[in-house]
Design a binder for this molecule. Structure first.
Ligand code: ASP
Length: 299
């Protein structure tokens, strides 16, 4: 593995290697035997807002012993006209081994990964536009495996703003590969007709029937120009104590809008705890990814 740009570039074996290594890191963390032994450097370059993903990558890097550099997109030389590829090539020459990047443009990471760097640089997609968020899908997969043992044959229902969600896209791709039965549930204005790998069910009650896992999604206000009928959305699509099946675990990539996509009181109850656990699991999964990328190429 040289870069992590998209789920489609990973084989199933590589995905399982990531989750196995994440499990090892989780166990080591619990036992207090984790060693910070890497000597490389990770740069975090976020051009879109992020709290948990950025912090999670920083935590993962530090737990492994990497030096971490946070790049302030507002103050960088990008504004002075330096192309981003040149910036990366310079950061790499200075000693940065891995660049973790979030950007609004969907082909940004792919384009950068096709360039030549003077030294070996690994790129990690930390979320691009509404297209993909592979590390979120990997941590969701890890969380699902922990709770359901396997995703094969399991019904995973993704509820909400599917069309603007990069989390939904990467999850659908990954879960399908491992034999899950993925159902998307949303009003028609959030439906994505291009997604052929998931069944679409507009009625929440029907969609949630016999679900093994339910993933809520945030309404991506920053990507929507039209007016959202919030009151109607909440009435028809909010995940509540009443409609969430007892059989199902509840997940959400965060940040959650309390009392919009999920009834707020669920979040404070035991059924809301897996959402917090996802954030914790994200650190172990990102540790595995950073380590595999760092060890994967000669530097
Ligand atoms: N944190 C996730 C993302 O970056 C989900 C969200 O923002 O709603 O896509």
């Amino acid at each position: 593995m040289k870069h992590l740009i998209d789920i489609k570039h990973l084989t199933n074996d590589e995905i399982l290697e990531i989750t196995e290594l994440a499990k090892f890191y989780e166990e080591q963390t619990l036992k207090g035997t984790l060693e910070r032994k890497n000597t490389g450097s990770v740069a975090l370059l976020f051009f879109e807002n992020s709290t948990r993903t950025r912090f999670s990558f920083e935590m993962a890097s530090k737990k492994l012993g990497f030096d971490v550099f946070n790049f302030d997109a507002q103050k960088s030389s990008i504004l002075k006209g330096e192309g981003f590829y040149d910036t990366l090539n310079n950061l790499n020459a200075i000693g940065c081994d891995i660049a973790v990047i979030r950007h609004s443009r969907e082909d940004f990471l792919q384009e950068l990964s096709e360039k030549h760097y003077d030294y070996n640089l690994s790129l990690v997609n930390a979320g691009v536009g509404k297209a993909s968020h592979p590390t979120q899908a990997l941590l969701d997969f890890y969380t699902l495996q922990k709770h359901l043992k396997t995703v094969e044959g399991k019904k995973v229902v993704i509820v909400g703003d599917i069309i603007h969600s990069r989390v939904a896209k990467s999850n659908i791709e990954l879960l399908n590969r491992f034999g899950a039965h993925v159902v998307c549930c949303s009003p028609s204005y959030f439906e994505d007709w291009t997604l052929t790998d998931a069944k679409y069910e507009p009625n929440l009650k029907t969609a949630l029937k016999d679900a093994d896992a339910v993933m809520g999604l945030r309404i991506q206000k920053e990507r929507i120009e039209t007016r959202i009928p919030y009151a109607q959305y909440i009435e028809d699509y909010q995940i509540t104590n009443d409609n969430l099946p007892q059989s199902a675990i509840l997940m959400h990539p965060g940040p959650v809008n309390r009392d919009v996509e999920i009834e707020g009181s669920i979040l404070d109850s035991p059924r809301g705890k897996i959402i917090i656990e996802q954030a914790r699991n994200g650190v172990f999964v990102r540790m595995a990814i950073l380590n595999l990328l760092y060890k994967g190429v000669e530097r």
